[in-house]
Design a protein around this ligand. Structure first.
Ligand code: ADP
Ligand code: MG
Length: 287
């Protein structure tokens, strides 16, 4: 490909809302056959809200909300924002936290009101009175967040996210270009399947730790697949860098954007399709 044609392609990309790191990026885009999509913030809006609160027998709902809300107030994760805002609206000012720790892809922990509190998907026993609420939420494609203190899960907070209105169309277009979409997420498998079904993705890889996303990409590459990865989070950065083509949502974190070859300004998945079409077209006019 001539440098001039690639530069023209780069300019056209900017018009489509696709920022391209360098003209050579269009070359690798052409060979992509697999598109790995992060769920939260990529296929979904990532704008979550707290929809319900379930407590174990004998547990005070306001206490559960205060403890969870206080911890999540210190985190930038979309789930954390929903919980902090929802808890403050329901209970008032949130208490302070000591020894705060954020475990990427798992959740948060710290000392609140004298208790060691953990929020997220930590490996802790669930009070049996909460099992049904957790399962019902997950079947409905919602995220059930466990709130544990003093060693066991005493409340489940249900947080709902919504699929972006353009995601299903983007997935259909990717398939029509002969590309295989795969949903990759740290979230629970039933939530992931519900979202995948809503947008038309058949392949789901769920409950993957942040460090594991890059391994998934590497494994696909070892099988000979040429992989594009689309993501937005800190937890996606390594996978975005490893992929043959990394695409970051413009609304995503700086690390994700830095790790990527392309940035989708409008955070609309259809721009992924535009990028692949553009590179195919740019490169075919050159030949
Ligand atoms: P995704 O891969 O969909 O972008 P993440 O890797 O960021 O999701 O998070 C994976 C899962 O870890 C979430 O679905 C949630 O269950 C849990 N989690 C991560 N961070 C938090 C947090 N701050 N509070 C509660 N749960 C969290
Ligand atoms: Mg994400």
């Amino acid at each position: 490909a001539t440098p001039t044609a690639l530069l023209v392609g780069t300019g056209r990309g900017a018009q489509l809302g696709i920022l391209i790191k360098g003209p050579e990026v269009l070359e690798s885009t052409r060979r992509v056959d697999t598109v790995v999509l992060d769920k939260t913030g990529t296929v979904t809006t990532g704008r979550m809200s707290l929809t319900s609160v379930h407590v174990a027998d004998g547990v005070d709902e306001a206490e559960a909300l205060r403890l969870a809300g206080a911890l999540e107030d210190a985190s930038e994760h979309p789930i954390a924002r929903a919980i902090a805002v929802g808890a403050e609206a329901r209970t008032g000012e949130l208490p302070t936290v000591d020894d705060f720790r954020n475990e990427e892809g798992i959740g948060v922990q710290g000392i609140v009101e004298g208790h060691k509190v953990q929020v997220g998907r930590w490996d802790l026993p669930l009070d049996p009175s909460l099992t049904a609420a957790k399962q019902a939420a997950e079947r409905a494609g919602r995220t059930a967040v466990a709130v544990a203190w003093d060693g066991s899960v005493r409340a489940v907070l249900v947080v709902a996210d919504t699929v972006k209105p353009t995601s299903a169309e983007a997935v259909a277009q990717l398939k029509s270009l002969g590309l295989k979409p795969i949903l990759l997420t740290g979230d629970n498998a039933s939530v992931a399947r519900a979202v995948a079904a809503e947008v038309g993705i058949d392949d789901v890889i769920a409950e993957v730790l942040p460090a594991g996303k890059v391994d998934v990409v590497a494994q696909l590459q070892r099988r000979g697949q040429v992989v594009a990865m689309v993501g937005d989070g800190v937890n996606d950065a390594a996978a975005l860098a490893k992929a043959d083509l990394g695409l970051a949502m413009g609304t995503g974190t700086d690390v994700a954007i830095e790790a990527s070859d392309l940035t989708l300004v409008r955070a609309d998945l259809r721009a992924t399709v535009d990028a692949i079409r553009l590179s195919r077209k740019t490169l075919s006019t050159i030949r």
